[in-house]
Design a binder for this molecule. Structure first.
Ligand SMILES: [Mg+2]
Length: 294
């Protein structure tokens, strides 16, 4: 088990890596006060601050690295404990103790940093579409989330198999594997499980986790969406969704590792309308005013 190096030298190297990564990324978000060239003012876009935080702040980089460092500590314990399992279904069904250990990671905003794509959407004043997303994937320009590579190397050193379960789709599987390989990650069609419901690889990732569980003991799940960790997160009512999350915190921080992503996610679909999204108490206190403001 490798322990983190001194923060000062690591942080400097990390900043250098991120700077270099930003240089190769096709698009960088304009700085505060700057207008996007030949486009609308990106700062008027609701996604601006969230992406600026991910793309430019030291705090995000440290948070991501911190999360992966803590995950490494948990993983070193997990591999030695045959009763340690992270998958709800595998725990329920049992029989995993003698299987070799595996970690399942999501890809986007967990291992791969797509802020170049997200910046492009803001600068172009565009919404996400499958076509624009697949085009980005085929460019193979995603960079690494801070801490991900150290975690992957650490897992490899512990003899843990790595699987990547992503909702990228089969048509971009080849490009995704190439992108991962270019970043130094061992990837192939065996461990990169893209989405294809027609082939039994459904949107909710449950079926793909079952594929891994058939041969491995799943010791850790890492993702930026709750659906990367468990079932039941398709709920579109925010209160019920959050209650489901509260009910499932027992494995958080040990077997389940949650990465920060304020830019997008299934949480958006559960947001209340209008200002209710940022001030849920307003409706209870001044219901008529809140209704007018929507
Ligand atoms: Mg993701």
């Amino acid at each position: 088990m490798r322990f983190p190096l001194a923060i000062s030298s690591r942080f400097c190297r990390l900043l250098l890596c991120c700077t270099l990564a930003a240089c190769v990324s096709s698009v960088a978000l304009p700085l505060r006060g700057q207008e996007a060239p030949d486009g609308p003012n990106a700062r008027n876009d609701a996604r601006f601050n969230a992406l600026a935080w991910m793309q430019s702040s030291a705090e995000y980089r440290l948070m991501a690295e911190q999360t992966y460092r803590l995950a490494m500590v948990q993983l070193s314990v997990a591999v030695k404990d045959p009763a340690w399992c992270a998958d709800e279904v595998q725990i329920r069904e049992g029989g995993f103790e003698k299987k070799p250990p595996a970690v399942i990671l999501d890809l986007d905003e967990t291992v791969l940093d797509n802020s170049g794509f997200n910046a492009r959407m803001i600068i172009d004043d565009a919404l996400f579409t499958s076509e624009s997303w697949n085009a980005w994937c085929n460019e193979e320009k995603a960079t690494l989330i801070p801490g991900a590579m150290d975690f992957i190397r650490s897992a490899d050193g512990l003899g843990v198999s790595l699987f990547f379960i992503t909702n990228r789709e089969d048509p971009v599987r080849k490009a995704t594997i190439a992108n991962l390989k270019a970043l130094g990650i061992e990837a192939s069609e065996k461990n990169v499980l893209t989405k294809n419901p027609d082939d039994g690889r459904g949107d909710d990732k449950v079926s793909r986790r079952a594929m891994v569980a058939s041969s491995h003991r799943i010791v850790m799940l890492v993702g930026d969406s709750m659906s990367d960790l468990c079932s039941g997160m398709d709920e579109k009512d925010q209160a019920r969704r959050n209650q489901t999350a509260r009910d499932k915190t027992a494995m958080l921080g040990s077997r389940w590792i949650m990465m920060p992503n304020p830019v997008y996610g299934s949480w958006e679909r559960a947001l209340p309308a209008g200002n209710q999204a940022i001030d849920p108490r307003r409706e209870a206190a001044t219901g008529k005013q809140a209704a007018k403001s929507r």
